[in-house]
Design a protein around this ligand. Structure first.
Ligand SMILES: [Mn+2]
Length: 340
């Protein structure tokens, strides 16, 4: 698929012109890109007089709260908080715009409603291997830094981003590129430059993203790096956060955001894995340096996927390992198989 924004902008514009009620839907455990691209699209649709709700499978992380205005909050529906409201909206809408995910299963609790919905569905995403046949129209550009970047160039074709959208898009791109340290290409910097020129306050965005954490986060990170991190000769590093750690440090959703990136600071490490225990599973995050695929590892071993150098998945208990205590040796075995 070539990145022809003029063509895709036109198609999107014409699909939207026929819609009255719209749902935007983004992935479970929404990050800055999922939230930012959803808000930007919703803001644009509202400027056209559409009735829009932004649906998320579970709550938005605290760290991205600054990007959500009180007025916007009222237009957001979270499935785990109000499942029937979400299901009703999906039934009532005539257009669904799926953002920052490549298949319905990434919508977790919303998956069934999505499968059953007769509404036209449009995909706007940058993940590899999209489930194309599920969509009336797909805008899938895996080379893009973020879904926010794709949405930015689409909105440029369609009259430009609203001020709310501009801030949301800068936020989504900044979190997905880890503040320009990965997936950054000329288009990404061009977008940032144009958004700055529109008056977006990037300093405040970066401060909100990187300098508003609770002390607990740093204490927990210190513990992990000092006592828990394992590294191998083959260039892997991994950290496992168990439920008792989450309790001990009183970690909230979002407090561990970015932990998986830290071991890549070590010269010899080319693959970093973070496991975080939840009920009946470990959530897995993987990051890698160029030349080593995080995506293949996530797909091959962790029922997941994502991008070449940033991917995720899960380890199920007891399907993959009998108890949480087996996670350590399991990862060691998989790393040996994958990197040798
Ligand atoms: Mn993304």
């Amino acid at each position: 698929m070539t990145e022809d924004y003029s063509y895709h902008g036109q198609v999107l514009g014409s699909i939207v012109s026929q819609a009255t009620r719209v749902a935007t839907i983004a992935h479970v455990h929404p990050d800055g890109d999922a939230v930012g691209s959803s808000i930007a699209v919703a803001s644009w649709l509202e400027s056209l007089g559409k009735d829009v709700r932004s649906l998320f499978p579970d709550p938005l992380p605290e760290s991205i709260g600054f990007a959500v205005s009180p007025r916007r909050k009222e237009k957001i529906l979270v499935y785990t908080d109000s499942p029937s409201e979400c299901e009703d909206w999906i039934k009532a809408c005539d257009l669904i715009i799926i953002l920052d995910m490549n298949c319905f299963s990434r919508a977790d609790g919303l998956e069934t409603s999505l499968e059953e919905s007769k509404a036209n569905k449009v995909l706007i995403d940058h993940h590899l291997y999209p489930d194309l046949e599920k969509f009336g129209h797909a805008i899938s550009f895996p080379e893009a830094s973020s879904t926010a970047e794709i949405v930015y160039y689409l909105l440029k074709e369609l009259g430009g981003p609203t001020p709310e959208a501009a801030t949301a898009l800068m936020t989504g791109m900044t979190t997905d590129t880890n503040n320009f340290s990965n997936s950054t290409r000329p288009e990404t910097l061009k977008m940032a430059s144009e958004l700055l020129a529109l008056g977006v306050d990037r300093d405040s965005i970066v401060e909100n993203i990187n300098q508003k954490y609770r002390e607990n986060r740093l204490r927990a990170l210190g513990m992990l790096l000092y006592t828990r991190m394992r590294t191998t000769q083959s260039g892997a590093a991994w950290n496992i956060l168990y439920k008792e750690d989450l309790q001990k440090f009183d970690l909230w959703e979002g407090d561990t955001e970015g932990f998986v990136n830290i071991p890549l600071a070590i010269g010899d490490v080319r693959l970093s894995i973070l496991l975080k225990e939840e009920d009946g599973l470990f959530r897995v995050s993987i990051r890698s340096k160029k030349g080593t695929s995080a995506e293949v590892m996530a797909r091959k071993y962790f029922h997941g996927g994502g991008h070449e150098n940033a991917a995720g998945g899960r380890v199920f208990i007891p399907q993959d390992i009998p108890t949480p205590a087996h996670a350590e040796e399991y990862i060691e075995k998989l790393v040996k198989e994958y990197l040798g």
